[in-house]
Design a protein around this ligand. Structure first.
Ligand code: DAH
Length: 339
């Protein structure tokens, strides 16, 4: 019997050491220590032993049980540790790997130029105002000295909702809205979207942007207009840029002018950008018509002012040498990433 017990212990030792998972270990526990197990089977035969042998074999059987139990506990712990290590190794995170960069966008070239323009005028003490894109005929035309029959309306065909409600064709109505609300001194710019019934091509779009400017105060003269606009252009395009004023007509200014700047590309020699002229038309401007001041309750005997309107697409295209306006709207990243 003693031998049988020693055999059991040896076999159990070997098999437990070889077990590779918790289930296998548990099977061995049942096989050796369970109610129908091998050790129990031996203990059941103890009755056959002599009184002297019984305590000796009993003690040995206990030792074997304890040894096998200890084996099982140790092996179970080993297997658990190994499983944990394997899991940790599988989950390993390399914190030194570079992260994946989210794609960060940047400002649209158009907005970059707009921000520059705003900075320039803020620096000269202007406020920035915004107005409605759905406008009344009253503000878009009537109050600007363009009554229903005025031929200047024809150059600004637009989208009407009703006879009196339309998409604004210019930012000039904001002159009126500002002067109605506020007495001089007034110094504002108003950048924003405008609409005209034009077909899309390299230089036209039914939706485009303008920036209006208005200064009204005592003693404002045409030289204030020239000085302000020349400074604006030099800040935007560089100190060497020259400007010139050509007489023009706008119903809401008197006198009126168009301002040209020396071509940013050839410096005035003449190239494809300026169509050989050396000059590029950049904005419309003039002294606010006395009638317009009067319309807004401002006394033209006391106050005078100047106004201008500049196309923002134009400004951006010249700033970056872009020759097709459509590129500004298409949001093609290959194009946009160049700026
Ligand atoms: N509103 C004009 C246009 O859309 C631009 C303009 C010209 C605005 C002269 C003005 C101005 O304020 O004084 O073409």
């Amino acid at each position: 019997m003693k031998e049988a017990l020693q055999n059991i212990q040896r076999t159990a030792d070997e098999l437990i050491a070889k077990a590779t998972d918790a289930a296998a270990v548990d099977e061995l526990r049942v096989r050796f220590l369970g109610k129908k197990g091998e050790l129990t089977a031996i203990l059941k035969q103890m009755g056959k032993l002599s009184a002297e042998e019984r305590p000796v074999i009993g003690a040995l059987a206990n030792e074997v049980r304890e040894a096998i139990t200890a084996d099982i506990t140790r092996r179970t712990k080993e297997l658990e540790d190994a499983a944990l290590q394997a899991r940790l190794a599988g989950e390993e995170i390399d914190v030194t790997l570079p992260g994946s960069m989210p794609a960060v966008g940047k400002r649209h070239p158009f907005e970059q130029v707009l921000n520059e323009l705003k900075e320039i005028f803020l620096g000269m003490g202007f406020d920035i105002v915004a107005g409605p894109e759905v406008e009344l005929d009253h503000y878009n035309f009537e109050m600007l000295n363009m009554p229903k029959s005025h031929p200047a309306r024809d150059t600004q065909d637009t989208f009407y909702f009703t006879e009196n409600v339309l998409l604004r064709t210019q930012t000039s109505p904001m002159q009126i809205r500002t002067m109605e609300k506020q007495q001089p001194p007034i110094r504002i710019i108003c950048p924003g979207r405008v609409y005209r019934s034009d077909a899309v091509d390299a230089t036209h779009s039914p939706i485009f942007h303008q920036c209006e400017g208005l200064v009204v105060d005592k003693g404002i003269t045409f030289s204030d207009l020239k000085g302000t606009l020349e400074l604006f252009i030099k800040k935007l395009y560089g100190e060497d840029t020259r400007v010139r004023f050509r007489p023009h007509h706008f119903p809401y200014t008197e006198p009126s002018a168009e301002m040209d700047m020396s071509c940013f590309k050839c410096g005035g020699k003449g190239c494809s950008m300026c169509k050989g002229e050396g000059w590029i038309e950049i904005l419309g401007c003039g002294m606010v018509h006395p009638k317009v001041l009067e319309n807004c309750g401002i006394d033209p005997e006391v106050y005078s002012g100047f106004a201008f309107g500049v196309g923002l697409e134009r400004i951006a295209m010249m700033r970056y040498g872009i020759d097709d306006m459509r590129l500004l709207y298409e949001n093609d990243l290959r194009f946009l990433n160049q700026f």
